[in-house]
Design a protein around this ligand. Sequence first.
Ligand code: ADP
Length: 630
Amino acid sequence: MAKKQFKAESKRLLDLMINSIYTHQEIFLRELLSNASDAIDKLAYLSLTDQNVGLSREDFAIDIHVDKKMGLLTISDNGIGMDKEEMEQNLGTIAKSGSLQFKQALDQKDADVDIIGQFGVGFYSAFMVADTVTVLSKKYGSDEANLWQSAGADGYTISPAEKTTVGTDVILKLKADTEDEKYSRFLEQYELQSLVKKYSDYIRYPIRMEVERSRPKAGTEESEEPEYETYTELSTLNSMVPLWQRAKKDVTDEEYETFYRDKFFDYEKPLAKIHLSVEGAVTYKALLYIPARAPYDFYTKDYKKGLQLYSSGVMIMEHCEDLIPDHFRFVRGVVDTQDLSLNISREMLQHDRQLKLICTNLEKKIKQELLRLQKDQREDYEKFFAAFGRQLKYGLVSDYGMHKDALQDLLLFWSAKQGKLVTLGEYVDAMGEDQKHIYYAAGESRSRLSQLPQYEKLQQKGYDVLFMTEEVDEFIPQTLMNYREKDFRSLLTDDLDLATEDEKKAAEQTAEEWKDVIAFLEKTLEGKIKKAEISTQLGSHPVCLVPEGGMSFEMEKYFRRVNPEMAVPVEKVLQVNPEHHALQALRALLPENEEKAAGYAKVLYAQGLILADLPIEDAAAYTDLVCGLM
Ligand code: ADP
């Protein structure tokens, strides 16, 4: 029979498998059992609407069979099966784009066993332990069976075969034992039993095997020394009942963790779990996890959000997006509900009203859990926030701030005064009687922001300032407008509203006295600034540049990067400090030497640019100017 070649990519992957780069070869069993379970899921799903299947939930099973003499290990299922084309498609090619990523991941670090399943290349792991892999399968609804066989990278054959029942047998001819590797252990009852427990305990169908046991021989008298005999019995190796179906009190922390790691391929333990059993308008069970770190693709398009959706023990959808709002897309977990109308197609399912109800419900529970973490396990919460805080912020500013009530209490910002992350609530609680607003400053780094002249003034007053250094931060005060009735004031764009009535009056008078200087500055710096003004908020600094109208310089920079065409230049206002000797020098000089005074004005403007972290337009001219004045 003519041998067919594997597709190039599959072949390379197979080589990797055969040369067995993994230390945990045992996971091949998990992969094959999980494939068997998936195949049963598919037929079980069909059986809900198709009377002809003739099997009910209890009839489905996966059998493990051992032939020690021949060195054969067989995994049989009565799932959906494969026809010839599907064997060709599914076993001869790695169709998924995931395989490429898989190889990249392999190149990156020491191959981690748990990434195999993640990339949909599980079947090939059989070649880690087997010389020859044979698949005998009969598809549901078809009369013919086929035999697929391969002894490794040089290709495979498919031929017609006999099989009475629908389903698939995967038969492994194990490799011969070597010094380092005892492949024959995969024929040992104890080894197989413990591997199933370890990796496949939650498979929802019985995984059965003939197990050898011993019992006292019949007929031996109780008084006599009992004689034992061995016998075999078909036993179910896995506990089957999914974790989420069990009562909370019966599940140990370790079980929760193992389940999470196995199911969601995370090597770190989750920060929190939410186990729910809800009855009411909609009845469901859910087991959700808050991961401790973001998956490598979390902030890319490749990341698939969604919870696994089960109904009556059958998996309906791997990533059901409608179960989880976007801003909580980092949550992993499972939802099991019987309330779904299953006779509609899977696509239709997405619009099911029940799902919306569950989603709203879960959103509340997740928020509660996060708030609990924030309060009781601050360190964990900060870890969570470092991984997913950005997602929460995006969530808050998206959809015109529709989700702000759900999210505002979950945010953390850097408190300049306390030197740590605080919530908006904590900031407001710590405000003194006299402080009217929530002050914040957005920019590239905390060290930069702490040098702002405006910050100095607030420090003197004993006010705290939130330092916002992520790109999206800037849009948060804009979206929230206020928090607990305190409005946000940006150090960089707004009137800080610090002056008392008396101070305001005094400032007006000062402005009057400095009218000529202001007019001179505006004339000299025409085209560079929109206007100049006197400020009493500058502390020890001579000048600062502030943007006019709600936008900030940071926003302008952001838009310039993201969409240059949309970027509108932000107009600058030069604020000057009349108390500062540099300004007083300029004022004194003005009547005597206008040219030199103009030089001073330009230098002051340049200092404003530097403080605002804006580029000096003509650096050479600026240096000449300074040197000329020296
Ligand atoms: P994955 O299971 O992640 O899709 P695999 O390489 O493990 O990747 O399997 C490839 C495909 O082969 C499966 O998606 C499935 O369509 C098919 N397959 C594997 N094992 C079985 C089985 N026991 N019964 C039916 N189809 C199977």
